[in-house]
Design a protein around this ligand. Structure first.
Ligand code: URA
Length: 252
């Protein structure tokens, strides 16, 4: 790993050891050594990735870029932080870095794959509309999308407000006629579908399905580009991406 020159207080703050003022206090109190020597100056320049930084006897290693896949649960906000609600980055407990953010957004009630990283360059590549990164969603919806809806998705849907969408995939996996007085209060037909989008407009799946006459009841993202949600992850669980997964994302 390339060494990077930075201030000692910034290094400790970026490695998640506290706020900038908090770590300054720790340094001034003599709790930090650099290459075995006590260092009380927060402004001391260090070579991150080369110098040995120890706080309270614990070596703080330099982590430059972090990548996680999260199975976002419903009710958690796709944000780095929020005053009122839990945010997705709060769910990543072992993070080393303070600068993680979600790659794009899922609605509050949507579940599924959300990549969390501090790699701004990669996030930009994945989100840039011109790059057309495929996102696959599983949805349960009211009704059953007909051939015309599938054709409209493939041709490029135009929403009632005039917003035109790029060609998208719609595949019906299953349809069931619910018995009357179903416990969820639903009636009629409910279908399970897969939707593939190459862009990420606001509430796009929900708006397209609503326009097709099949409002979404449940939505979960299964994949983003080459990365599929690990089926072992329950909602709220996450794991670091493997090196191969990171390579796959960067190769795109
Ligand atoms: N489309 C939606 O409508 N909601 C999401 O969360 C993602 C895609």
């Amino acid at each position: 790993m390339m060494a990077k020159q930075m201030r000692l207080d910034r290094f400790l703050a970026e490695m998640g050891q506290g706020t900038r003022s908090g770590v300054r206090e720790q340094i001034r109190k003599g709790r930090v050594t650099v290459n075995g020597s006590l260092e009380k100056k927060p402004e001391r320049k260090i070579e991150a990735g080369k110098d040995r930084i120890v706080l309270d006897g614990r070596e703080i290693s330099y982590v430059c870029l972090e990548y996680y896949m999260l199975n976002k649960p419903a009710g958690v906000l796709s944000a780095t932080e929020d005053k009122k609600r839990e945010a997705v980055v709060d769910l990543i407990k072992e993070k080393s870095r303070k600068d993680l953010f979600p790659v794009g957004r899922l609605d509050l009630d949507t579940e599924g794959l959300l990549l969390i990283t501090n790699d701004g360059e990669l996030a930009h590549q994945l989100l840039a509309p011109k790059n057309h990164v495929d996102k696959v969603y599983y949805a349960r919806c009211k009704g059953r999308p007909d051939e015309e809806a599938i054709r409209q998705f493939e041709a490029g849907f135009v929403l009632p407000d005039g917003l035109s969408c790029l060609p998208a995939g719609l595949k019906v996996l299953d349809s069931k006629d619910l018995p009357e007085g179903d416990e969820a209060g639903l009636e009629g037909t409910v279908s399970e579908v897969l939707i593939t989008l190459r862009e990420g407009k606001y509430h796009q799946v929900k708006r397209m399905m609503e326009s097709a006459g099949c409002p979404v009841l449940y939505l979960k993202r299964l994949s983003m580009g080459p990365i599929r949600l690990d089926p072992a992850l329950k909602p709220g669980e996450y794991r670091p991406l493997t090196e191969e997964e990171v390579e796959l994302l960067k190769k795109r």
